[in-house]
Ligand binder design. Sequence first.
Ligand code: NAI
Ligand code: MG
Length: 393
Amino acid sequence: MSHPTIVTMPGDGIGKTVLPEALRVLDRTGFRASYVHADIGWEFWCREGNALPARTVDLLAKHRVGFFGAITSKPKAEAAAELDPALRDRGYTYFSPIVGLRQRFDLDISIRPCQSFPGNPLNFIRRKGDGFEEPRVDVVIFRQNTECLYCGVEWTNPPSTVRAALETHPRMAAFRHVASPDLAVSCRIYTRPACRRIVEAAFAHAAKHGYRSVTVCEKPNVIRETSGMMLSEARIVKARYPDIALWDTNIDAQTMWLTKDPENYGVIVSGNMFGDIISDAFAGLTGGLGFAASANLGRDCAVFEPTHGSAPKYADYPVPIVNPIATILTAAMMLDHLGEADRAEAVRRAVADVVREGRVRTYDMLRLKGSPDALRQGAASTTQMTDAILARL
Ligand code: NAI
Ligand code: MG
């Protein structure tokens, strides 16, 4: 059988640390692939004025499966200041390359599982009587990944044509006295086909994996048009799934409820902004960024990435201390995508075993301050954690 080719994009900071660890795990499962490296991230912005070089886009266009580490992003002014002086004032503007990849390949479905592993000291617990209980959290977030406030349609000092168009809306009267240079506008754009696709993916996942509910987490009582479209599409799709309940919650209330009864939720579906928020919020109940894996799926292309960023503070330690589990669980999602369900399950079981045994824990799992000292205080290094998982495979 021919091997798949996977485009590896370690990116910046700890992306360069954790990606090779996950490749060691993939290798140990017996999974065979060819890996091609692709450039992405801050150094390519600084040197070339493009954090997502065309050669990287070409590789992904050819091979259709990407495995991404993390990138560093900085606000507009800082990005401009770090650009190679030879490129300044030539119209280059920084745009997040991972957001760029999602849009370029229409990776519109983001899946972020938040499932607690028994024995993880970071699991959510709640007071009960004189003691505590630890509800099992098993939530999968489906985040619409290409639209909403991340679509990049925004201005400070909008051009007069834009301003005039906005002023056709009666509610713009409230901003009539604001000078354009003092006006910032970011558009929240939803489309019906994209709402339909994310909701269909969420219901299909719930049906396949036995979840009893799909919760639309938006804010349709206030953001009537966009959130309203997501909810109305969900109602249409729900009609095909009589055994799965459709709940809807508001993002603000949901962030409160999730610490009350997180075990009540199954699949959650949200737009891009609220999906970003709610997936980090649930991740906080199941081990935090060291455990948060994700997939970005399009119709004919997929990119897998840990949810965390490049954590630049931790990037240059002589012995890396960050938790590789998020990226290793991400690799398991990639195996699922490539039809390697047994190997994916084996990886998750190995992670679960190591977490349950509790002998090898990275600094985050011990709630230590992230510093090289953590190793002397009993934390496992990144490599030691991977080794423990390998030993279980
Ligand atoms: P971050 O996710 O890089 O780190 C936040 C904190 O989470 C770290 O200081 C660390 O305490 C912890 N953490 C993250 N990954 C961990 C791991 N594997 N093991 C243990 N602890 C871990 O987010 P931050 O600091 O807000 O951003 C740093 C840079 O990353 C920024 O430039 C930001 O724009 C970028 N970023 C990139 C993302 C991506 O590539 N998809 C996502 C989020 C942020
Ligand atoms: Mg985020």
